[in-house]
Design a binder for this molecule. Structure first.
Ligand code: ADP
Ligand code: RBF
Ligand code: MG
Length: 377
């Protein structure tokens, strides 16, 4: 149910592989279909479904919820509901960038997914240029056994006329990682569910998001779009009234962060990888300021909830709780880390501030200072 893209590179180079976000879609569809049986979808099941073939995923749900139907019947009930949702699947942040980069550098790519070939084709048809970027596309129905069996990757390598050992797999699911290693390929895991990286020990590397992929590590041409330790991203726009946070930004760190309600922007929040970003902030009565922020679970404090923590790079003489805050996020700096001490966390955040402050003067980023979104009427 997750479209996975697999890329095979030139001589001695890798297969890459990745996913588009479908958790929200899986969730919507299962809510509706389980509702018909008088059952309530429990999001925790997502773990059992990611990376499975439709039949396996349906079997798991039918079993767990004791549904009075066979897995095959359940699949046929779900299929039309899923098809209606393909147009809503957003590319993972960094996916378009990766595909374009590899394509323009002549690195051959394959896409290998447990989804049936027909639904892969339908899904990628909503993404410009994707179909033409892959020299090979294979669905779970085109091999004898899906992931975690290595069959699909062996077949991808065979069709690309590559040695499996010279391919790099980029995978988001555990069965996919198992399959890639069983095919003796290099595997980079980009877990699609948060806080799961400890399960991915079989992978050669686990990264937080595609934005953190370092192609040169795998003998592939490096990305050339980083500028002064920052990565421009397609801008994203959020806003809302400033709410009370954990009450520790100023007190514990000496770094106040003006928190936004995570409920109001939960969709957007779920779509973006956690990490440290920067951009511009607008406050109705006060003006427009540079801003550096973290989004995520603040590993040092082990938060349960994904939050947005923007630090406005300006000395204010008073709090501004309740005021409308508008943000345009324009660049990425790094993933969130845990730190051995509070001092080292604070030092890193100050380093982020310096990086952001400098970068925001570059034309690629400074132009957004005038964005109308920042001006609250
Ligand atoms: P909370 O946990 O409630 O977010 P913080 O200690 O993080 O508390 O402080 C954040 C509050 O401090 C903001 O909501 C805002 O009202 C105020 N504030 C003052 N200066 C700044 C700044 N430069 N950046 C962000 N917030 C600031
Ligand atoms: N918290 C972490 O646990 N790890 C981080 O890497 C991290 N990076 C941050 C970077 C910036 C620019 C900011 C403003 C905050 C960061 N924080 C990080 C979040 C910090 O823990 C949070 O603001 C406080 O917990 C206040 O709620
Ligand atoms: Mg705060």
């Amino acid at each position: 149910m997750i479209g996975r893209l697999l890329h095979l590179s030139q001589q001695l180079l890798p297969i890459v592989f990745f996913a588009v976000i479908t958790d929200g879609i899986v969730c919507n569809v299962l809510k509706i279909s389980l509702g018909k049986y008088g059952k309530e979808w429990d999001g925790r099941e997502t773990l059992k479904i990611v990376g499975k073939t439709p039949f396996e995923a349906a079997s798991a749900v039918v079993d767990d919820y004791g549904l009075p139907c066979s897995p095959i019947e359940f699949v046929s009930e779900l299929s039309p509901l899923f098809s209606q949702q393909w147009c809503n699947i957003k590319a993972l942040p960094g996916a378009n960038r990766l595909i374009k980069h590899l394509k323009s550098n002549g690195v051959p790519m394959a896409l290998a997914s447990n989804s049936p070939r027909e639904s892969i084709d339908a899904k990628i048809s909503f993404h410009n240029g994707w179909k033409d970027s892959f020299s090979v596309i294979i669905g779970g129905d085109e091999v004898r056994t899906g992931k975690p069996s290595p069959d699909i990757f062996f077949e991808a390598a065979r069709r690309l006329r590559m040695e499996p050992s010279s391919c790099l797999v980029i995978e988001d699911s555990l069965p996919g990682v198992t399959a890639g290693k069983a095919a003796e390929m290099e595997v980079v895991a980009v877990p699609s569910l948060p806080k799961q990286s400890h399960l991915y020990t079989a992978a050669d590397e686990v990264i937080n998001s595609l934005l953190d992929l370092q192609l040169e590590k795998w003998g592939l041409p490096p990305f050339a779009d980083w500028v002064e330790r920052t990565l421009p991203v397609d801008p994203w726009y959020i806003g809302g009234p400033v709410i009370k946070g954990f009450g520790r930004g100023s007190k514990v760190l000496g770094i106040p962060t003006a928190n936004l309600s995570t409920k109001d922007c939960s969709d957007l929040l779920a779509q973006y990888p956690s990490g440290v970003y920067f951009g511009w902030a607008g406050l109705s009565t006060r003006g427009i300021f540079k801003m550096v922020m973290s989004i995520g679970w603040n590993p040092y404090f082990s938060n349960k909830e994904k939050t947005i923590e923007p630090w406005l790079l300006h000395e204010f003489t008073e709090d501004f709780y309740g005021e409308e805050l508008r943000l345009v996020i324009v660049g990425y700096i790094r993933p969130e880390f845990n730190f051995p001490s509070l001092e080292s966390l604070i030092a890193k955040i100050h380093e982020d501030r310096r990086v952001a402050e400098k970068a925001l003067d570059l034309p690629v980023y400074s132009s957004y200072k005038n964005d109308s979104h920042l001006r609250v009427s």
